[in-house]
Write a new protein. Structure first.
Length: 127
């Protein structure tokens, strides 16, 4: 018989696993959408004093001609130029080429599956 502590642990593992899995899938889907539908532009990397993430400056290529500043991934050098894809409907949503974070999203999905399997193991293992 499985005790109440095991049931509570399994529920937390299972719910956390499902959330992590869905977050990973959502991130992968968003990156795929931006690669497919996003507009490709070049951006200038600007570091800020004391900030861990640089700013990316780019102009939209539509009729609004906006100059956007969004946070980019850490590790980009000040003054460098990078290619990114932005969402025409919301130019703040960007995907920096070469820094897509696919490994992070896949890790979330894998950890989520492992947590759900661990929750099932906890439930079926006699204690």
């Amino acid at each position: 018989m499985v005790g109440p502590g095991a049931i509570v642990s399994a529920v937390f593992l299972g719910v956390g696993g499902v959330v992590a899995y869905l977050a990973g899938l959502s991130g992968l889907d968003e990156a795929r959408r931006l690669r497919r539908e996003g507009r490709r532009v070049q951006a200038l990397v600007r570091s800020r004093q004391g900030a861990t993430r640089p700013l990316l400056q780019f102009s939209t290529d539509d009729e609004r001609e906006l100059v956007m500043e969004v946070f980019g991934p850490a590790g980009l050098q000040d003054g460098a130029e990078v290619w990114l894809r932005y969402d025409p409907a919301d130019p703040r949503e960007v995907l920096v080429e070469g820094h897509e974070g696919r490994w992070r999203e896949r890790s979330f999905a894998i950890v989520g599956v492992v947590a759900v399997v661990a929750a099932l193991v906890v439930l079926v293992t006699p204690g």
